[in-house]
Design a protein around this ligand. Sequence first.
Ligand SMILES: [Zn+2]
Ligand SMILES: [Zn+2]
Length: 369
Amino acid sequence: MSDRILAAVMAAPRQPIEIREYARPDLPQGAALLRTGRSEVCGTDVHLWHGRLSGVPYPIIPGHVSAGVLQAIRGPLRGIHGTPLREGDRAVFFDVHRTCGRCRPCAVHRTPTRCVERRVYGITDPADEGLFGGWSQAIYLEPGVHIARLPDRVTFDQYIGGGCGLLTAVHILERAALRAGDTLLVQGTGAVGLSTIALARVSGAATIFAIGAPATRLDLARRLGADRVFDLNATSVDERLEQVQELTGGEGVDVVVEAAGSARAFEEGPYLARDGGRYVVAGHYTDAGASSINVHTAINRKHLDVRGCWGSEPAHFVRALAMLEQLGPAVPLASIGERTYRLDQLDQALADAESMRVTKAIVDPWASA
Ligand SMILES: [Zn+2]
Ligand SMILES: [Zn+2]
């Protein structure tokens, strides 16, 4: 790798993506440089591009979940599994860093994803501080970042196919307290919804329902494990409720997961759950506006358990990796990644992700025209 590193920078919302050149960073003790193999364009990147996330220090290098090869290490350096990391290792890292362990959310409430100090690669790390994003030929892994060797049988494309959606899905099913034999309905068939379906399938869910669009994503939802899919645009709220009731003995499902990011989804979701069921809300990562519900019929009388799900923790990263290693190609997550883009094609990638022309856009920063 030469001393000049190319990165795609989002200078401000709605601005064309710029390619900038960075010098190869000097590594302090405990740091590493990852030669990026694959990164991704996820729903969050589209939100970043629209300026819909608060507290983002533009300009940034987007791409918060990535995989690559450890190019340089100023060691010794141990991975999150406790084993030494070596130059040349295929590696991935947990995008959340600087979680402090001392603030009230960390130390008192034990909700580290709400830590006041935490930063996230590709989202809340400024581009003028260095290579803190995956839309770059190399990523600076500062001391303290959780790094893991990528298991031999897991390809870059498989890891990125799941990507941030897979980590979120691990957290969602934890919040959902999914038990073997539970029925589950996922609202939304983007990367988070699809990963949740795949994970629920191998976690012993009984019937899995999905509501989403377009048809290509519904096909993918079936391949990943959904038993019954509803086209959001071809069915009405009443039709979906009626059919879910019919297919669950008149009860509704045990667990509903909101992964749609739509205010309308939250108005529908509670009614698809059975009385005493669980409703996990994960799709409203940005402000999608107000939902209007009748609290009496949607929550109180249903004895419904409603839970938010924000970000992920190192444990979700480790468990996502373990699952990928164990199941390998049995879970076709790589098929969520539909098309691979070069650094100079990322305006197109964002447009394709936004318009749902691709389920997930993958980034290969070393691909050349
Ligand atoms: Zn993401
Ligand atoms: Zn903290």
